[in-house]
Ligand binder design. Structure first.
Ligand code: MF3
Ligand code: CO
Ligand code: CO
Length: 295
């Protein structure tokens, strides 16, 4: 899995198989766990977008702040030679130390505490024994369950010397997310998010991967509304007190992804790279607040 040249997409290592996945980390008994911790089955979310009361918004702020703090710690430690399972250990321990639960762990059977997606992996990469190489890009998606609420964020990081096409992809992905967040306010249709993401992706010459969507978030990891990152006609408009994620994945090549035999790892069909950025957003009177904003 050394760096190779992929026609039109640049110079990077293509991941085409899953690595060795070690046993899941343990959760001490004093941590309060989400309902799926034992069974893998999430409980039923509300039937429509929820308007949160101020105390619930406060809990969302705290969970989201913690998710961002953990993601920042990852950003400070990432370097070539680190295995993605080392990222998992770092994330797991930091979340447990903070008295929270790493939301991915056993969510629908996910075997680890964070998603790590390298180069041509679009999302849901399972941390394993593969070491990061100079020139890789890696998306790290951290979600925590804290005081009964989830906070969710993701960034794509550059490892060492990444080629110019890789730099461009990562900048474009961040811009897609941030410009879509910028339009969020009461009265704006959810469908406007996808239109904005597509518009920016077009300008940047990258492709939205449409099959992965953002989501309402609260006591539940995933719930209504669905947030499409492509042109769509999903019904409904934003209202103050709603919390949801915006998390577009953009790719260098075609939009098609497939899931590897582990049931999770989504790779781009054409081996092009993909990058993703995610924030948890709160709608407030006159605009929005980014709950997982960098601090
Ligand atoms: N954090 C991802 C999201 O943004 C979901 C990961 S699901 C898991 O929605 F099971 F893979 F953790
Ligand atoms: Co996420
Ligand atoms: Co999410």
């Amino acid at each position: 899995m050394n760096r190779q040249f992929v026609a039109n997409f640049g110079s990077y290592a293509v991941l085409d198989n899953v690595g060795e996945v070690s046993a899941a980390q343990l959760v001490p008994s004093h941590i309060s766990c989400p309902p799926y911790f034992k069974t893998g089955e999430p409980s039923t979310p509300p039937s429509g977008p929820e308007i949160k009361a101020e105390w619930q918004v406060q809990a969302m702020r705290e969970a989201s702040y913690l998710a961002r703090t953990v993601l920042n710690t990852v950003g400070e430690h990432l370097q070539a030679g680190m295995a993605t399972e080392d990222i998992d250990i770092l994330v797991h321990n930091k979340i447990i130390e903070s008295g929270a639960y790493p939301s991915p762990l056993n969510y629908m059977g996910f075997p680890k505490s964070v998603c790590t997606s390298v180069n041509n992996v679009a999302c849901h990469g399972i941390p394993d024994d593969r070491q990061l190489l100079d020139g890789d890009i890696v998306s790290v998606d951290v979600t925590v369950f804290y005081n009964g609420y989830h906070g969710d964020c993701c960034e794509t990081y550059l490892i060492g010397n990444v080629d110019e096409l890789g730099h461009h992809l990562v900048r474009a992905a961040r811009r897609c997310r941030d410009e879509a967040i910028a339009i969020c306010a009461p009265g704006v249709p959810f469908a406007a998010i996808g239109a904005k993401v597509e518009q920016v992706a077009d300008q940047e010459g990258v492709t939205v991967v449409p099959c992965f969507i953002g989501h309402g978030i609260g006591k539940y990891f995933h719930g209504p509304p669905d947030i499409y990152h492509c042109y769509n006609n999903y019904p409904g408009t934003m209202e103050a007190g709603m919390t949801f994620t915006i998390e577009p994945i953009v790719a260098q090549g075609k939009e098609d992804a497939l899931i590897l035999e582990d049931g999770w790892t989504a790779v781009m069909l054409d081996n092009g790279r993909a990058a993703q950025f995610e924030h948890t957003v709160l709608i407030v009177e006159g605009g929005h607040e980014i709950l997982t904003e960098y601090h």
